[in-house]
Write a new protein. Structure first.
Length: 190
């Protein structure tokens, strides 16, 4: 079974909305403007590209990343990886042609089936609604979190607010950086 990893920049209060400057969110761009840059804190992002064998995202994140990531040197390794977009509304003609193989998955059952295939880890970037659905369905195996020492208050959160039994996580890697950023790698305990 393949490992499904959710990777996110989050504030201390769990907000993941608008980290890179997306319009429409009042604290947009908080990862770059409110915390001093410490390059070593982002080593995990390079590791994710080397260790992952596929990218999974929701439609909204695909539409945000696909016009930009294919031409960015920072994400060059993702260009050759298979990409999967979970959406009931995205159509084939809306897929970009310069970002390699992309498959549309129409349900969480298809995501579960993908996890059963041969291959290495599948990484999820962004994708708030998809993260909620994956977590509620018990499909996430690991979290890679870069936690910023910020309280953003309102905003879309990584973890769903579903009323459910306690879910235990096991901390398997941790680092704290000079700018207060924390890197937490957590396995979901089943």
């Amino acid at each position: 079974m393949r490992t499904l990893i959710s990777s996110a920049f989050i504030s201390l209060d769990g907000v993941m909305e608008g980290p890179g400057g997306e319009p429409g969110y009042r604290n947009s761009g908080w990862t770059f403007k409110d915390v001093e840059f410490a390059p070593e804190a982002f080593d995990i992002k390079g590791r994710e590209q080397q260790e992952s064998t596929a990218v999974l995202m929701g439609r909204t994140s695909y539409e945000a990343f696909s016009p930009v990531w294919p031409d960015m040197n920072e994400f060059a390794h993702y260009k050759t990886m298979p990409k999967y977009v979970v959406s009931t509304t995205l159509t084939e003609e809306k897929l970009v042609s310069n970002w390699g193989e992309t498959t549309i998955l129409r349900s969480l059952d298809e995501v579960a089936a993908l996890k059963e295939t041969d291959g290495g880890p599948i990484i999820v970037h962004g994708s708030v609604a998809l993260n909620h659905s994956l977590a509620d369905a018990g499909l996430i195996d690991r979290y890679h979190l870069l936690v910023y020492p910020l309280l953003l208050g309102a905003g879309k959160r990584l973890f769903p607010a579903t009323d459910k039994d306690t879910q235990k996580l096991k901390l398997v890697e941790h680092a704290v950086y000079s700018n207060g950023l924390q890197m937490n790698v957590l396995d979901v305990v089943r």
